[in-house]
Ligand binder design. Structure first.
Ligand SMILES: [Zn+2]
Length: 136
């Protein structure tokens, strides 16, 4: 968990503290997670006590999750909790793992030209700015 507000990743407005969800949150596809998660990072384990805020979470009880904090947001993963045994005594999960992106997708940005092919973009949702030199 980030230690203070200024340590929050870009686009994350609330770290959720202790037993709550970081915000903003949206459900993500598994391939987004596997394509974006840094495997050199330790995950924070957290039990979310306000599960109604989790999009698509099917249970009313608390959610055990893992959070991978990154510079531009965080990935949140909820492993399946319901399982059964097959006739061969193998564990079969009865629900899929759930994946979430915490932070902003910077989908809606305005563009300001700085010079020739050098542009500055500003996310209209969170205010994050980045510059791209398209002549490269
Ligand atoms: Zn943004």
């Amino acid at each position: 968990m980030p230690k203070q507000k200024s340590d929050l990743p870009i686009g994350v407005t609330d770290d959720g503290h202790f037993n709550h969800l970081p915000m903003p949150i949206r459900q993500a596809r598994a391939d987004e997670f596997w394509g974006g998660v840094p495997f050199d990072r330790a995950a924070e384990y957290r039990q979310i006590t306000n599960p109604k805020q989790i999009p698509g979470y099917p249970h009313g009880y608390h959610a055990s999750c893992y959070i991978f904090w990154m510079a531009n947001g965080a990935w949140l993963v909820i492993p399946p909790t319901k399982w059964s045994l097959t006739d061969n005594q193998e564990v079969k999960y009865d629900e899929p793992p759930l994946f979430y992106w915490i932070g902003c997708d910077h989908d809606d940005a305005s563009c300001r030209n700085l010079s020739r092919c050098y542009n500055e973009y500003t996310c209209k949702l969170c205010g994050y700015k980045w510059r791209i030199d398209s002549s490269d």
